[in-house]
Every structure is written in structure tokens, then in C-alpha cells.
Design a binder for this molecule. Sequence first.
Ligand code: NI
Length: 168
Amino acid sequence: MALLTIYHALDPILRKKAKAVENIDGELADLTRDMIETMYDAPGVGLAANQVGLPASFFVIDMGVEKDKRDPRVIINPTVVMSGEIEEGEEGCLSIPDIFASVKRHSLIELKGYDLDQNEIRIEADGFLSRAIQHEMEHLNGSLFWDNLGRSKRDILKRKFKKKLREK
Ligand code: NI
């Protein structure tokens, strides 16, 4: 087990579109174990592969986030269908530490993908979990939560973030 480096928002890797995973193997299992450890250490509730430097289509997420009980899952080659109302909610990102903003998301999602045993998985979610999954899907598309905001709001957050980086 090892903690991985989380790349920050201004690193070009965060803008890469993830490529489909072709081999679900032991190497991937090891990496996702480290990603789960890194996610909880940060602490956060989700982490996409490109955030740890690999532009491949998978993420880890804590499905127990609303139940106060850890339930980490690995979702490989995910697709998502969004539905329901548009809701605003506070969001942060491990690649943009200490910066939060209210983001509009769909209330419901249906997530499909594969687990490490190559079984197909299908998850329906609402509430904060739906939001977290949409956030991770966006990472795999090379987007970040602040891309959903108006330009002036985004620029303010970016300036704040750059300042924090300089202070480190
Ligand atoms: Ni994020």
C-alpha cells in the first residue's frame, strides 16, 4: 500500500480525456487499492485515475458516503445517464484543495461499468452520491467542477487557487 501523489487542477493531466481500460488485471487492482488509501487519507470521497497521473477510464468512490460507513468501490469504464431535477450543491475536489463552490448537477444518475472481477455493475444514485459520481465522470472527460461555473466565478476561484499554490 502506498499513498499516491494527487495532481492539482492546473496540471495538464487533468485535461486529458481518459482512455478505456483494456486489461482489468492485478496491476489495476494494486493501483486502485492505493487510490482508495489516498482518497481516504486526503480525505475525500472520490478519486479519478487522471488525478493520480493516469488518463484511464476508472475511478474509486466511497459508496457509503451518506451512511457514515466506508464502502469503497472501483468503477471501470463507466458510463452514466443523468436524469431528474437540477440541484445546486457545494462541491470540492482533491485536485483543488480548500476551494469550494456551488455546482448545478442532475439529482439522479444511473451508472454502469465494471468492477475488478470484470463483473458488470449498475448503480442508481441520488443526493450527494449522484453529485460525487457526476464529478468523477467529469474528471474522466478532462473537466473540472469549476468549468460548470460562469467565467467570472471560475476566474475568481482560479486566482484564489493559484495564490494558495504559491503560498505552499
Ligand atoms: Ni475532483
